[in-house]
Design a protein around this ligand. Structure first.
Ligand SMILES: [Zn+2]
Length: 148
């Protein structure tokens, strides 16, 4: 039995044509140019964040009478900020991509954690003193993703 010489090429081509959309959708994950673009975007965001977030944190801390230890910038995918028991406040550089009022809510939220390391009623009422619309801001924040 003989098989035409170009059968395998033909099959490969047909497979590629039939699955072009699927393949195209899968490629960018490992595409180095996409990765490079993402890295460049992150670098720009980090620069913007460095020039803004530590100063905004300091400003709001002074305004509302809080004392924190260190401000760290992060790019975690799941959280906008955190506050540790040694008074280190971490802020996600993705905050630079959301409206200022929500950014301030996150900072106020983390500052309030300096006095309450939980999400108790006492914690929320302290957040409410500095951001009376915190409920609305908290809800709106869920429409954004902290991942960069
Ligand atoms: Zn919290």
């Amino acid at each position: 039995m003989s098989v035409p010489k170009h059968t395998s090429d033909f099959l490969v081509k047909r497979f590629l044509n039939q699955n072009r959309e699927i393949i195209k959708n899968k490629l960018p994950i490992n595409d180095p140019s996409t990765q490079r673009a993402r890295d460049a975007k992150k670098k720009i965001l980090m620069k913007k964040a460095k020039e803004y977030l530590p100063y905004r944190l300091e400003y709001l801390a002074k305004l509302y009478g809080y004392q924190f230890n260190i401000c760290r910038l992060t790019h975690a995918n799941t959280r906008w900020g955190s506050c540790s028991s040694n008074k280190t406040i971490s802020l996600n550089i993705g905050l630079m991509n959301i409206p200022e009022v929500l950014r301030d809510y996150v900072i106020i939220h983390e500052l309030a954690h300096l006095n309450h390391m939980d999400h108790s009623d006492a914690f929320w009422s302290e957040v409410g003193i500095h951001d009376p619309n915190y409920r609305e801001h908290r809800k709106k924040l869920k429409m954004f993703n902290p991942g960069v």
